[in-house]
Ligand binder design. Structure first.
Ligand SMILES: [Zn+2]
Ligand SMILES: [Zn+2]
Length: 279
């Protein structure tokens, strides 16, 4: 199937969330514009179910975090992960863009940094139970370490987690990797690191699905600025997509992560989607 799914819900644009602010405020218009593109299927996100969340988080964490200002943002982001994985696996779409991806700072029993509940955790649990899909590669290019997603997958050697952040680390039989990209970097230096540290590992690992936490907080002018240009993000997606096309029949989910500037979200989203729809 040669279509790209776009996963969105209006609720994501209706509030000012903590940390990411109103970065999706222009998405209602953007989604409307995208809806005429014959290569796209627009899906309205259904929030993740309580039942799935309980596979990943403690009841105590959920009863406490449900009062957090970002609760809804988290359950819709996680819902997008679950829905997109299922639709890609069933072949309804080839790849997917998620207006929000995983809360990568969500742990088993706590969360921080604007995060509430995990997205990749429920997605992996659901895909294994429903479809027997075992192997996942998660690439995290947010500016900050994906400590929650890491904690939830450590010891699970069917999950490759490669996180581009501020330390170099290899653990869990080389299935859990951290790569220091430096506080100031350039587009080409960063892409080189992705080509060296993620692409060959993914090729070797042979995941069933590649999931990408794409924070744009690393962009010039955003709160985790590492010096990357706004055009960097589409290039990055092009590289990872090309890898997914080779290693897992194109099954690639990419979702926005951290970053609070709506100007950046507005700029990079159509460019990323254009790359995804090059079949
Ligand atoms: Zn971040
Ligand atoms: Zn990291």
């Amino acid at each position: 199937m040669t279509k790209t799914g776009v996963f969105y819900h209006e609720v994501l644009s209706q509030y000012t969330w903590s940390i990411i602010g109103q970065k999706l405020k222009n998405f209602p218009q953007l989604i409307k514009e995208l809806s005429s593109n014959p290569n796209l299927v627009i899906y309205q996100i259904e929030p993740v179910t309580e039942e799935l969340l309980l596979r990943i988080h403690t009841r105590e964490h959920l009863s406490h975090i449900r009062h957090d200002i970002n609760w809804e943002c988290g359950i819709y982001g996680a819902g997008a992960c679950v829905m997109a994985a299922e639709k890609v696996w069933k072949g309804e779409i080839r790849n997917a863009f998620l207006a929000l991806s995983c809360c990568h700072h969500a742990h088993h029993d706590y969360a921080w940094g604007g995060c509430t509940v995990s997205g990749t955790g429920p997605m992996i649990a659901y895909m294994r139970e429903q479809f027997g899909v075992r192997r996942f590669a998660i690439v995290d290019t947010d500016s900050h370490h994906g400590d929650g997603a890491r904690e939830l997958t450590i010891g699970d050697k069917d999950v490759l987690h490669v996180c581009f952040c501020s330390t170099d680390r290899v653990e869990d039989d080389e299935t859990k990797i951290a790569v220091n990209v430096g506080w100031r970097t350039t587009d080409s230096e960063y892409l080189d690191k992705v080509r060296r540290e993620f692409i060959p590992r993914a090729q070797e690992f042979k995941p069933d699905i590649i999931f990408h936490v794409l924070g744009h907080d690393t962009a010039q002018g955003d709160y985790g600025d590492r010096g990357l240009s706004w055009d960097f993000f589409a290039q990055l997606v092009e590289d990872v997509k090309e890898c997914a096309d080779r290693v897992c029949d194109g099954r690639y989910l990419v979702g926005l992560g951290g970053g609070s500037k709506y100007e950046i979200a507005d700029y990079i989203t159509p460019k990323i989607i254009e790359i995804l729809t090059k079949f």
